[in-house]
Ligand binder design. Structure first.
Ligand SMILES: [Ca+2]
Length: 201
C-alpha cells in the first residue's frame, strides 16, 4: 500500500489471529488489535499500534508513534524522532524489547519488565509509577535523559538519596525503587552525573 492508509485488523474476523501489515510510504495508521501481529509503518510519520498479545511493531523511517499494547512485544522504532507508548501491565507478561534506533526518541515505559535500547541520538526514557524491572542497554550519561514519576521516589531526589537506592551490580547501575520496581542502566559504573539527567514529574 502507498498513500495515507488506515488499516484496522479486527481479528474477530481472522482465523489465524495473526495479521501482517506493511504501510510502506505515506502517513499510515496500523492497528493490530487482537492476535500476534506484525506491523511495519514504512516511510512517513506512522501510527503503529500492536494491540493485545505479543506483536512485532516497526515504525520505519519517519517520526512514528509506536504502541506496544498488552503482551510481550518487540518494537523497532526506526529512524528519526519516534515515540514509544505502552499499556500499563506487570512483570513478564509485558516484557517488551524496544529498539529505538537513530534519532531523538522518547520511550514511555508504562509497565512490565521492558528492555530498551535507545540507539543513536539523545533519547528520553520516561518511567511511570507502574514500572517493573526495566533495563536500558545503552544509557549515555549527559546525552540521554530520564523522566521518573515522583511516586517512584521514596524521598527527596538528592544525590544522597539517589546513592541510597543505587547499587553497582554486575557492571551495571541498578536503581531499586521498590520490590519488582527497578531500573538497570547497563554499563554505568556509578551515579556520578546521573542526577543532572533526571527530571521527576
Ligand atoms: Ca535513538
Amino acid at each position: 500500500m502507498s498513500g495515507n492508509d488506515t488499516l484496522s485488523a479486527n481479528s474477530r474476523y481472522s482465523i489465524s489471529f495473526d495479521d501482517r501489515f506493511h504501510g510502506q510510504s505515506g502517513n499510515d495508521v496500523l492497528r493490530g488489535q487482537q492476535g500476534r501481529d506484525s506491523l511495519f509503518g514504512g516511510t512517513g510519520n506512522d501510527h503503529v499500534d500492536g494491540g493485545d498479545e505479543a506483536d512485532l511493531v516497526r515504525g520505519g523511517a519517519g517520526n512514528d508513534t509506536v504502541i506496544g499494547g498488552l503482551g510481550r512485544d518487540t518494537a523497532v522504532l526506526g529512524t528519526y524522532a519516534d515515540l514509544w507508548l505502552d499499556d500499563t501491565q506487570a512483570g513478564a507478561f509485558g516484557a517488551d524489547r524496544v529498539y529505538a534506533g537513530a534519532g531523538r526518541d522518547t520511550l514511555n515505559a508504562a509497565g512490565g519488565d521492558d528492555k530498551m535500547t535507545g540507539g543513536f541520538g539523545d533519547d528520553t526514557f520516561v518511567f511511570a509509577a507502574t514500572i517493573g524491572d526495566m533495563v536500558i542497554t545503552d544509557y549515555t550519561l549527559g546525552e540521554d535523559a530520564l523522566q521518573v514519576a515522583n511516586a517512584l521516589w521514596g524521598g527527596e531526589l538528592t544525590q544522597a538519596y539517589l546513592d541510597s537506592i543505587a547499587a553497582v551490580d554486575g557492571g551495571d547501575l541498578l536503581l531499586t525503587f521498590a520490590a519488582d520496581s527497578s531500573l538497570r542502566l547497563q554499563g554505568i559504573a556509578s551515579t556520578t552525573g546521573l542526577l543532572d539527567d533526571i527530571t521527576p514529574f
